[in-house]
Design a binder for this molecule. Structure first.
Ligand SMILES: [Zn+2]
Length: 474
């Protein structure tokens, strides 16, 4: 597939330049003014071309629970989430499509789906997400979400010596499932990548982390996990290991230059040094961290320590959207209140680099993706600078990152294939998707979570909160 984008604005060291961009065989062949036309001509006038961003952490099927879970912290939120009836594979397919549409129309060309598996239908779940991402044409990194400990084990004991149920699936069976997922679906040349993705130290044994690390080594898979999202997890790690979660993951050999870790809110300076030394990536999910009251990840410290950072939306039940530009904006300006020294604050151009190259580094594909560089793959986004939300004309990247762009994405190419044109997804029928999402759901209020009422008293006690009857959220 070959085409030439003519007279398009691109960022250069000092400001912007108007250039032509030749794409040949799915790669960027040349970027310069007045190039010969190869293939189809795309008019780039009054448009800005940027590398595609990476939505570096989400859970697509949470789309079915967006907007409904009350404002509670992660440990109670996840109990709420578990109480919903399991989905069907066709719903997983629809929410993966919905996640991809929102990601594409907010500048993303890759999505990391930490995919919640339907019990007993695990391979079908993955197959449904793979089918959705291949149909729509987004680059997919799917990390089947696995654990081998029960939900209550994720809350610190605080000396209570609680017993936990055995998890429904053994460690061995879970690793066998991952092997099957790799055999069936891992196909980077077709834009589908399987990641190993134990959910995190709060619900996973050492054996599960070690088994995942071995699979990752054998098949060169990226590694993913949640890490120290909440204060409760920091306490839990001390109870469980007698050291920090980061020190423990380092001992297990899980940290590497192809390991990306979602959240990283509660890390010490020593932990940060370990992430830098192991060249691990932090995925910043600012909206989820705000929504769940988890805290503010020390992103400026990570950057100063040389730790690679990328942006994620996190699942739509804790965000409650998949708008990547929104996550990038909040994830950039949030840190201005954490450090008086404005020299450390993130500039709009740095935000673009974190979202694109930072995302690519975290997935071990920075040599192929993440910047407008000759020879790299054509994962590109063209922004319409005549959109009302980007007017009047000032600095295009400033408008895009600090503003509130609406309908600003004109076109998207993934691996040289155009998947958005004239601000519309071309590969699937979005009206049919809307109809399906509408018909498979209903207006819903007054939920009461049985699991939350079982664990809330213990949670409040161990976190030092006053004893109190459950609040009604209706
Ligand atoms: Zn998550």
């Amino acid at each position: 597939m070959s085409f030439t984008i003519q007279n398009v604005l691109v960022a250069v060291d000092q400001g912007y330049a108007t250039v032509d961009v030749q794409i040949v065989d799915n790669h960027i062949q040349a970027i310069a003014p007045n190039l010969d036309v190869v293939g189809t001509v795309i008019d780039g006038q009054n448009k800005l071309l940027l590398p595609g961003f990476v939505n570096a952490h989400t859970h697509s099927s949470e789309m079915w629970q967006r907007g409904i879970i009350p404002p509670v912290p992660l440990e109670l939120w996840i109990a709420e989430l578990y109480d919903f009836a399991p989905l069907e594979p066709d719903q997983v397919y629809l929410s993966a499509l919905g996640t991809a549409v929102e990601t594409l129309l907010s500048g993303g060309t890759s999505v990391v789906d930490h995919l919640v598996l339907i019990p007993g239908k695990e391979i079908e779940t993955i197959a449904s997400a793979v089918r959705a991402y291949q149909e729509i044409g987004i680059r997919a990194f799917i990390g089947p979400l696995i654990q081998d400990e029960s939900l209550t084990a994720g809350i610190p004991d605080g000396g209570a010596q609680r017993e936990h149920k055995t998890y429904v699936r053994s460690t061995e069976a879970t690793l066998a499932l991952m092997q099957e997922a790799v055999d069936k679906f891992h196909n980077p040349s077709e834009g589908v990548n399987i990641l190993v993705a134990p959910t995190g130290i709060q619900l996973c044994s050492d054996a599960l982390f070690e088994g995942c690390r071995e699979l990752s080594d054998r098949y060169n898979l990226c590694r993913h996990a949640h890490l120290l999202e909440t204060k409760a997890q920091e306490k839990l790690a001390q109870e469980k290991y007698g050291c920090s979660a980061v020190e423990h993951l380092k001992q297990l050999g899980y940290l590497s230059d192809r390991t990306s870790l979602a959240h990283c809110v509660w890390l010490s300076d020593n932990d940060i040094a370990i992430l830098a030394e192991t060249r691990s990536t932090v995925v910043h999910n600012p909206l989820s961290n705000l929504r769940l009251g988890s805290g503010i990840a020390p992103i400026l410290k990570y950057r100063q320590a040389g730790v690679n950072v990328s942006f994620g939306c996190d699942g739509a039940a804790s965000n409650d959207s998949q708008d990547l530009l929104e996550a990038i904006k909040i994830g950039s300006i949030l840190h201005n209140i954490t450090d008086m020294d404005y020299h450390h604050w993130i500039t709009p151009r740095e935000s673009v680099e974190i979202a694109s190259l930072g995302g690519a580094k975290g997935l071990n594909v920075a040599d192929e993706l993440g910047s407008l560089t000759e020879g790299k793959k054509a994962d590109l986004v063209l922004y319409d600078l005549t959109s009302l939300s980007l007017l009047p004309r000032t600095d295009p990247i400033g408008l895009l990152i600090l503003g509130r762009p609406t309908q600003a994405v004109d076109s998207v190419w993934v691996n040289g294939k155009r998947v958005v044109a004239d601000s519309k997804v071309t590969t699937i029928d979005v009206d049919a998707l809307r109809k399906n999402l509408f018909e498979r759901s209903e207006w819903s209020i007054n939920r009461q979570s049985a699991t939350v009422s079982q664990i809330e008293a213990h949670y409040r006690g161990v976190m030092g909160l006053p004893e109190q009857l459950s609040k009604s959220y209706s």
